[in-house]
Design a protein. Sequence first.
Length: 350
Amino acid sequence: MIKTDILIIGAGPTGLFAVFEAGLLKLRCHLIDALPQPGGQCAEIYPKKPIYDIPAFPEILAGDLVDNLMKQIEPFEPGFTLGERAETVEKLDDGTFIVTTNKGTKHNAPIVAIAGGLGSFEPRKPPINNISDFEDTGVEYIIRDPEIYRNKKVVIAGGGDSALDWSIFLTDVASSVTLIHRRNEFRGALDSVEKVQELKNLGRIELITPAEVINVLGDGKVEGVSIKKGDEVFNRECDHFIPLFGLAPKLGPIADWGLEIEKNAIKVDNSLDYQTNIPGIYAIGDINTYPGKLKLILCGFHEATLMCQSAYQRIYPNKRYVMKYTTVSGVEGFDGSKKEAPKAVIKSID
């Protein structure tokens, strides 16, 4: 049983920033995310896409934003349950909650903060009739451990950042990398497109466009794929076929938790603290809805801040918290380390 003060479901930017705000209040956090690494969509789908509306950053790459948030919350030592989906919630007699994942991991906390972005993500699968027959034997929709492709022949399909970035990365891991896209133009970052073209020219990536995979070949495990390019159909030998067509958001099992749902989002009270209709369960970020809601990362940061203040009062109803600006108090981690705020210099005037 994993115990914490605030259990955060979703490790995207809003969930990560909630760890910082909770840490300032000396509240510990643990995060659950179905993806294999923190960062949500910013890390999984568009790490190299620029974001322009983060205060003090005229432009920042999504992946860099996640890296900065992870560095910011280091002093507060959050725990992570990654690659698992929050499945069920149970309220105990003492008012705390037990949240169990699809892999049976149990978490206990007095506060649950749902920060699942647009919901849990499921891979978009290409319309290949027999693809499900190979999902455990060579077909992967998300790359969790690049080492399984060491010295293997890999075929990747897709035209976005994930397909481009993993094609580049795996040239140093796999024995061969083939990238297939149904168009000649790619949707990913320009520098990634240029890098793929450079690796193609060096003979390190085989690039096949415009084309698509129409069949998976093999007897019990992936042994190759059939590719259609124009009127031509041909086979390419491989050990792994990785279609990277993005992730489709779904509310998932949370929809069955008894929360008030409106248009695939969780209704919250925005007049105070973004609490749901179940006391002790909050929803922050893109997953919630209320009058005037804006699905922006910076709005999620604001919601996370107020949620943490409310959570503190629920956990410590008899304590009065006096807010201190970090410019005055600094940031103190749970290990006693502290970033001191700069001391004011007062000069006398004659």
